[in-house]
Design a protein around this ligand. Structure first.
Ligand code: VL7
Length: 135
């Protein structure tokens, strides 16, 4: 049984978000604003549906999915791409692959030392984020 990722989590650190955004083709002016943001993750599970909200003062993004069921993801307000995404559990890691125009795109969440960890992948770039629980 994987540790629950559910709750409200505030960003503590964000390593190589710049490299990840460049890999996604985000322009300089947006990157400058985006680099300064502290993200909040709100993760809920409502019966079998997970909802992950990424909140900030600049942009918000919400994702809903069922484990092991491929879905169409549109990264609205982010890089604006369409992906075929699927989220699975690999041990205690919740792993998403985002199939589309960008190679090796995805992310993984896990809990370690009571912190929420996230790695974001795109075309060889790895962004590493850590969050502390606030609710
Ligand atoms: C979602 C952003 C860069 C555009 C603004 C930055 C706004 C706040 O995929 C993600 O989370 C997963 C796992 O938790 C669930 O969807 C990360 C943020 C990545 C990519 C694009 C820069 C403009 C950040 C929304």
């Amino acid at each position: 049984m994987p540790a629950s990722l559910c709750g409200t989590w505030d960003m503590l650190s964000n390593v190589n978000f710049e490299g990840y955004m460049i890999a996604l083709g985000i322009g300089l002016s947006t990157r400058k604003v985006a680099l300064r943001l502290k993200h909040r993750k709100v993760i809920e599970k409502i019966s079998e549906v997970y909802v992950i909200k990424t909140l900030s003062t600049f942009k918000n993004y919400a994702l809903s999915f069922r484990i092991n069921e491929e879905f169409d993801e549109y990264t609205k307000g982010l890089d604006g791409r369409h992906c075929k995404s699927v989220v699975t559990w690999e041990g205690n890691r919740m792993v998403c692959t985002q199939k589309g125009e960008k190679k090796n795109r995805g992310w993984a969440h896990w809990i370690e030392d009571d912190k929420l960890h996230l790695e974001l992948y795109c075309e060889g770039q790895i962004c590493k984020q850590v969050f502390k629980q606030v609710a």
